[in-house]
Design a protein around this ligand. Structure first.
Ligand code: CA
Length: 238
């Protein structure tokens, strides 16, 4: 499992912001064994300043922190530059709430979690960043899509509903774009995890549900249909 990139200048850097040192140390040890360079900050203000100095490739951020809570930390570290954030929450209900608020984290994981799952999600976050960069070039620019009164422009990553601009987080955008590319097609939550988040761990399906709820709230309840026992589809009702 140990990667050859340990200690090499190309190692990706992960900042772990978590006040419970046993959890922080366990996360750091596992990520280091995968070849990442890892630093730990034990409270919100330290996390914000460390992030500015370190410019990490990704951040693992606990919601419950002394000083500044994870929400405020997430906002501050993303104010200057976009950095992918995996947020740790104590309960599934917190995750739903945070997704609803469009906090801007890219993924959420509820404690307790396995280290294998954490690693899979960090790998997936970084792959998505790489993929988004690769697709960002003008040669790959795709045509805007209009489906079910929702306009989606892959080139500018802008979304509108009945002509009114709607703010989506990067992950919400990726999810609605994926669904809109095949209107009416039904995807399982596992399909969506794999295609949009880039991993396939069944405990992650909760993340899909939370983001679907956020999209319905922003784009209208009738846009995404639940196919009971199967998954979700974006409907072209027009
Ligand atoms: Ca904590």
């Amino acid at each position: 499992m140990t990667s050859a990139s340990i200690g090499s200048p190309s190692a990706r850097t992960i900042l772990v912001i978590e006040d419970e040192s046993a959890i922080a140390d366990a996360i750091a040890a596992r990520l280091r064994s995968e070849g990442y360079a890892v630093e730990i900050a034990a409270n919100g203000p330290a996390g914000v300043s460390r992030c500015a100095e370190l410019q990490p490739d990704a951040v693992v951020l606990d919601l419950m922190l002394p000083g500044l809570d994870g929400l405020e930390v997430c906002e501050r570290i993303q104010a200057d530059r976009a950095v992918p954030v995996l947020m740790l929450t104590a309960r599934d209900s917190e995750q739903d709430l945070l997704v609803g608020l469009s906090v801007g984290a890219d993924d959420y994981m509820t404690k307790p979690f396995s280290s294998r799952e954490l690693v899979a999600r960090v790998h997936a976050l970084l792959r998505r960043v790489d993929r988004a960069r690769a697709e960002g070039g003008p040669a790959k620019a795709r045509q805007p899509i209009l489906v079910a009164h929702i306009g989606i422009d892959p080139a500018t990553r802008r979304v509108s509903r009945d002509g009114e601009s709607v703010h989506l987080t990067p992950t919400e955008f990726d999810l609605v774009l994926f669904l809109a590319e095949s209107p009416g097609a039904v995807y399982t939550r596992e399909d969506l995890l794999e295609q949009v988040w880039g991993y396939s761990i069944t405990s992650g399906v909760r993340t899909v549900d939370s983001h679907i709820r956020a999209l319905r709230r922003k784009l209208g309840n009738d846009v995404i249909r639940t196919v009971h026992g199967v998954g979700y589809a974006l409907e072209d009702a027009a």
